[in-house]
Design a protein around this ligand. Sequence first.
Ligand SMILES: Cc1cc2nc3c(=O)[nH]c(=O)nc-3n(C[C@H](O)[C@H](O)[C@H](O)COP(=O)(O)OP(=O)(O)OC[C@H]3O[C@@H](n4cnc5c(N)ncnc54)[C@H](O)[C@@H]3O)c2cc1C
Length: 369
Amino acid sequence: MESATLKECRGLLGRRRALGEEVQSLERISQNGEELLAVSTDKGGPYLSRALVITAGHGAFEPRKLGVDGIDEWEGKGLHYFVREKAVFADQTCVIVGGGDSALDWTLGLQDTARAPIALVHRRDNFRALESSVSQARALEGEGRVRIMTPCEVRDVHGDGSIEAVTIENTNTGESEQVPCQALITLLGFHSHLGAIAEWGLELEGKRQIRFDPMTCETNLPGVYAAGDVAGYPGKITLITIGMGEAAIAANNAIAAIRGEKVQPKYSTDLASSQDSSLRGRSTTRSSLISSETCGTRRRCSAGAPTCWGSTPSGRPTTAGGRVSRYSSPMRRLRNPSRRGWSPACRRASAGGRQGSAGTSTRSSTTSR
Ligand SMILES: Cc1cc2nc3c(=O)[nH]c(=O)nc-3n(C[C@H](O)[C@H](O)[C@H](O)COP(=O)(O)OP(=O)(O)OC[C@H]3O[C@@H](n4cnc5c(N)ncnc54)[C@H](O)[C@@H]3O)c2cc1C
């Protein structure tokens, strides 16, 4: 890891957007007696911060490559992992490798652009692509516009400065053939990896996730948090809501750590309009409130009294501080509103509903916020 001097640090503390960059290194530097995190990317940085939240999902995606020696050397010389512009392939001899939807879609999609026949090479006789696409390709084969080569694999690439031909072996017969080719389009799917992040000294959960403390979302590296699919603990469910909750927990804890304060989640009602403010403070017990920072859902009963529940990333109900609530299920509380945590106003409204009086049942009239 290259060391960053302050002079090199172009990134200043503060908000800054750096899109289309892949993180590479993380180091700690000292500035005015303060320890800061310095993140560098493939295109820039170092970006300085007092805290870092890693939300890299399943990591960086890369196309799967052909198992041919020196294949990378042909990038930009006729080897393609995507079809971005059809015009690039105008009147070119094309070999497409793959057996999935992308391979079949582009075999059909380049019919009006590339020179016929387009060779479609797949290592198995059966394709994973949609049957209708395969049928269309076979029909075009009958017209001499597609050449389907199975079970075959590309063994070598030839050319002088750019691709001119590929050697294709039939793995059943062992016979090889040199096929003219100006554009070799390999559509073999993608694989993801944590990349450079895996080298930062983070404890991992399995091979692809960063282990963190679900209570704070902090990793084993102080000041470095994780949230979303990249963050792991036993039983983690990778869903958008979970990731959103974790991101809020991470941000909340990071801010508290930076300011040297106790973690104090704010409620959405603290930010609400003055209209809402009249409802605030009515019959709510702090321990019964769940903040949005803990993945919670706030609901308001017909009586206007907020009554809430939420859950930890593992799905367990929590209190405002993120601690696991004694209530095993929000539904239990719906069934038994006398339990602790219900505001008196809410209890009244619920009881009225259950007794069929003028009051409205909480269950039937709660509105999501
Ligand atoms: C097919 C499919 C369907 C789904 N359907 C649902 C659904 O219906 N409901 C639901 O709740 N969830 C669904 N999910 C799960 C949901 O998509 C994820 O939980 C969510 O997107 C995770 O968000 P994230 O921000 O953690 O990661 P991502 O959304 O994966 O974002 C990660 C980002 O980090 C970037 N990145 C990675 N590595 C680096 C690096 N080294 N440097 C810089 N940037 C990097 C990536 O490019 C990407 O932009 C689905 C997932 C899949 C695959």
